[in-house]
Design a binder for this molecule. Structure first.
Ligand code: NAP
Length: 251
């Protein structure tokens, strides 16, 4: 049996095991098993992989998409440009990293993007936010990343603080994307604090969180008449892309 799985902390909320169980069954791959691996400290990665030699491929999630970089041997071009990985494959005992979040985000967004969505605010500055920022650049959408502590992110361009957000700034950016874990199960009441009076029916609101289906962020936006989508399509698409990468590598 070859083992694959999702590495992160927390991981119990994830739909990835169900998505991959369906994928393995569709492909007739009874030799594959996909589990969740809760790893609070990324510094334990080498111990974790030594203790689990049957693991051949991993997805990486919150909070390790960036902090895992020093532990992998090679990184593909898109992951390098983004600065985060969410997909790993073990080749000759070495871990190679890829990023499929950006691809999943672009593919899930494209049908919803209209001409007016030319400026975006990305809430969060973590691995997912970086993949979204990279993708918006490719899609020709200008953006700011919004952080709780903008001064800590001198290495990134276009970072502002939540305190900088005025109703006018919100009105000026018709695409708002939550890339923080706020609102994720089990703390479903969490939501970014923004001047909601600036949100209206021309806004497209995207929450990368998909559990629950409709997050507090989405409820608040629906109340203002905005169009909303959660991260489920992105999750499915990034998983599809990880599967293709693993097969290409000989899984
Ligand atoms: P991460 O690397 O830990 O980054 C999360 C970012 O959110 C942090 O950099 C932080 O930015 C901000 N943040 C954290 N706690 C916050 C709080 N209490 N209030 C405001 N901002 C906060 O996590 P990630 O991997 O980017 O994932 C973020 C979320 O996206 C998770 O919920 C994850 O499940 C989801 N996600 C979904 C998909 C999908 O396919 N749908 C894919 C990737 C990620 P600052 O410190 O700068 O404020």
């Amino acid at each position: 049996m070859k083992k694959l799985g999702l590495l992160g902390h927390p991981v119990s909320h994830s739909m990835s095991p169900k998505i991959f169980a369906d994928q393995f069954s569709k492909a007739g791959r009874l030799d594959l098993e996909y589990l969740t691996y809760d790893l609070p400290q990324i510094s334990d990665f080498h111990t974790f992989t030594s203790n689990n030699p049957d693991i051949v491929a991993l997805n990486v999630t919150i909070p390790h998409k960036e902090s895992i970089l020093p532990f992998i041997s090679e990184i593909d071009e898109e992951a390098k440009a983004i600065g985060a990985v969410n997909t790993l494959f073990k080749t000759e005992g070495k871990w190679v990293g890829y990023n499929t979040d950006g691809w999943g985000f672009r593919r899930s967004m494209q049908p919803f993007l209209k001409g007016r969505h030319e400026r975006a605010l990305i809430f969060g500055t973590g691995g997912a936010a970086k993949a979204v920022a990279y993708s918006l650049k490719l899609l020709g959408v200008d953006y700011y990343m919004v952080s709780r502590s903008p001064n800590k992110h001198q290495d990134l361009s276009n970072v502002i603080g939540f305190n900088d957000l005025t109703p006018e700034a919100i009105k000026h950016h018709l695409l708002l994307i939550n890339c923080t874990p706020l609102g994720m199960h089990p703390d479903t009441e969490g939501c970014v604090e923004i001047p909601w009076e600036g949100v209206g029916k021309n806004h497209l609101i995207v929450d990368l969180v998909y559990n629950p289906d409709v997050t507090t962020f989405m409820f608040m936006a629906l109340d203002k008449g905005a169009e909303v989508m959660n991260g489920l399509d992105m999750l499915r698409l990034q998983a599809e892309r990880s599967w293709e990468i693993w097969l290409k590598n000989g899984l």
